[in-house]
Design a protein around this ligand. Structure first.
Ligand code: PLP
Length: 407
């Protein structure tokens, strides 16, 4: 009998995409679905990037160098220099999105059976890739009531065992939007130093901070050997389909290990690397990112205000990224609720798709009354989507009460 691997069997699929067949069925029935489930912005990718792709002089679409085109790496080094992050050419490796960068970071640093500390709720693909790498995710619990900030370092230190190899987090965070403070990142850096841990900081939303500034792990020289930066242009350039990210570290052993991983996957996309060079060379690149950030800032405010109109809702105004993690105390199965919205509910021919909360946690039972919403649509659409969500929540609660009464 043919069987797929046990490792893959244990993967759950993504809570962000798993309900898509129900959304497609709703659309077939003529229902309009507002997609708040996925971090896919609707904002045009900057023109200089697109022109760079169109004008690229490529006669043979050959493999690009495994670690990235030299010009692209130089452009990335220049981008970091503008942020006061000093990296040399050989400390930056181009990857196929940030996804490959954190996958490589785990593969390069963790042995099977090793533990990875991750603040929860977290980006669910961290668990997917940790599982595929044979690692155990040990959650650092955070709470909506504390603004999803980290617990005291003493509590985090108690989670460290002889098997702990790395701390992994996104900053600002998907899914909570929390931007960790200087003290929090410094605290994690100290723990990493004290216990010889790698510290993998995933920073694709760096510019998308509406309160304060994102603190990069690269600004802590004392953890130069422990720190691995994961990055991506997907969000800040609204270029998710480009599949361009990078891994940067000053640790030569990690660089050599990732170099080998790059060689066995051959190379990252060519045209998009050239598009990035054109974008970063354009004099307007900072302004172009600023335009995108301003849009998300306004959307965050619109979405947060709209959510406040839902009775019982618990949520906090996130400092960054483009998500809000929302608690609805009146539900106890957010997956069933998210599915109900797509299969059993519509108002004026419209419904909404959200990402159910449980898979953003490793702790069983957490997240069952929470959902993640992404503010990736224009403001009027967001406001309408929240009205639809509010009506859907009321309908769900009413139906549950009816079912309970009939028992
Ligand atoms: C925190 C975080 N890291 C990495 C990724 C993956 O990004 P990429 O498109 O660069 O693979 C995402 C995508 O949503 C993300 O939110």
């Amino acid at each position: 009998m043919l069987n797929v691997s046990e490792r893959v069997k244990s993967l759950k699929g993504s809570p962000i995409r798993r309900l898509t067949p129900f959304a497609n069925a709703a659309k077939k029935r003529g229902v309009q679905v507002y997609h708040l489930n996925i971090g896919q912005p609707d904002i045009p990718t900057p023109a200089s990037f697109m022109e760079g792709v169109r004008n690229a002089k490529v006669d043979v679409l050959s493999y690009s160098p495994a670690m990235g085109i030299a010009e692209t790496i130089d452009a990335m080094v220049g981008y970091y220099a503008e942020l006061d992050i000093s990296l040399s050419h050989d400390e930056v490796i181009v990857t196929i999105g940030g996804s490959e960068a954190f996958c490589f970071a785990l593969q390069a640093t963790c042995n099977p059976g090793d533990e990875v500390l991750i603040p929860e709720p977290f980006y669910p693909n961290y668990v997917g890739h940790s599982t595929m790498n044979g690692n155990r995710v040990v959650p650092i619990p955070t709470r909506i009531e504390d603004g999803f900030h980290l617990p005291p370092m003493k509590e985090i230190e108690r989670l460290i065992t002889p098997r702990t190899r790395a701390i992994l987090f996104s900053n600002p965070s998907n899914p909570t939007g929390v931007g960790y403070t200087y003290n929090e990142i410094e605290g994690l850096a100290k723990l990493a130093l004290k216990h010889d841990l790698f510290i993998i900081s995933d920073e694709p939303y760096r510019e998308l901070m509406y309160e304060g500034e994102a603190i990069s792990i690269m600004s802590f020289p004392e953890v130069a050997q422990n720190a691995i930066l994961v990055d991506s242009i997907s969000k800040r350039l609204s270029a998710c389909g480009a599949r361009i990210g990078c891994l940067a570290t000053r640790n030569k052993d990690v660089l050599a290990a990732v170099n080998k991983l790059c060689q066995i996957r051959l190379s990252p996309p060519t045209f998009e690397q050239l598009g990035l060079v054109a974008f970063l060379k354009s004099k307007d690149h900072k302004r172009d990112i600023g335009v995108i950030v301003d849009k998300f800032h306004k959307r965050r405010d619109a979405m947060f205000d709209a959510l406040q109109t839902i009775p019982g809702v618990v949520c906090r105004k996130p400092e960054g990224a483009f998500y809000i993690f929302v608690k609805f105390p009146q539900i106890d199965d957010s997956e069933a609720f998210a599915k109900f919205l797509l299969t059993d509910f519509q108002t004026d021919g419209e419904t909404v798709m959200v990402a159910p909360g449980a898979d953003f946690y490793a702790t069983p039972g957490r997240g069952t009354n929470e959902v993640r919403v992404a503010y990736v649509l224009e403001e009027p659409k967001l406001v309408r989507a929240v009205e639809v969500l509010k009506a859907g929540l009321a309908a769900y609660v009413e139906e549950k009460a009816g079912v309970a009464a009939a028992r």
